[in-house]
Design a binder for this molecule. Structure first.
Ligand code: FNR
Length: 190
């Protein structure tokens, strides 16, 4: 059976380079991964006033995370950190207290930037957040993508064989990692 991957695009921009990267990753991923985007655009800003009664968009978000075998974050770096819209979505998914949807979910973090830092500082912030939320993370390979518009087609086509090979390798390793965590999470496994 295919493994269900819920992916987040951390940008709301129409021309998001991270959305393009997500399309490229889906094209290059092994066939046993099946991708569904987990949308973040319609979430209100989180407050614990909602904890007794989550709005529909937040319920849908938590259900989508919980229905996924693995989570993939494809996100820009904004001001050396996680974009607000994405952090808001993570806050929703982590609550109400005692029902953190990210617990034990295998997670991958990747991002593209127009700068040469390739979202490294965002990814470092994200690792702290996901560690706190008890989400196991693919530690290696790391993938800091410097976005070159000549390399990526809008539909996710990757025109440079070296880049395609690197992204394919990332997704192969991500797939193997998700399977390892699922095996470790299985009932009866210590
Ligand atoms: C940026 N950008 C950026 N780039 C980076 O490498 N490090 C950073 O800290 C920031 N900070 C930042 C803040 C804000 C508010 C914006 C709008 C942009 C540039 C960023 O890499 C570029 O806009 C990308 O196109 C963002 O990815 P999306 O939204 O196109 O997927």
């Amino acid at each position: 059976a295919p493994f269900k991957i819920g992916y987040f695009v951390g940008s709301l921009a129409t021309g998001s380079i991270n959305r393009v990267l997500s399309k490229a990753l889906i094209k290059l991923a092994p066939e046993d991964l099946e991708f569904t985007e987990i949308p973040i655009r319609d979430l209100p800003l989180y407050s614990y006033d909602y904890d007794s009664d989550f709005p529909p968009a937040a319920r849908a978000l938590k259900e989508a995370i919980e229905a996924s075998d693995g989570i993939l974050f494809v996100s820009p770096e904004y001001n050396r950190s996680i974009p607000g819209a994405l952090k808001n979505a993570i806050d929703w998914g982590s609550r109400p207290w005692g029902s953190n949807s990210f617990a034990r979910k295998p997670a991958g973090i990747i991002g593209a930037s127009v700068g040469s830092i390739g979202t490294a500082v965002m990814q470092s912030s994200m690792r702290s957040v996901l560690s706190f939320l008890d989400a196991p993370q693919l530690n290696a390979p790391e993938a800091y993508i410097h976005y070159d518009a000549a390399v990526f087609g809008d539909d996710g086509e990757v025109k440079n064989e070296g880049t395609a090979k690197f992204l394919r390798h990332y997704m192969d390793e991500y797939c193997a990692f998700v399977q390892r965590v699922l095996a470790a999470n299985a009932p009866g496994h210590i």
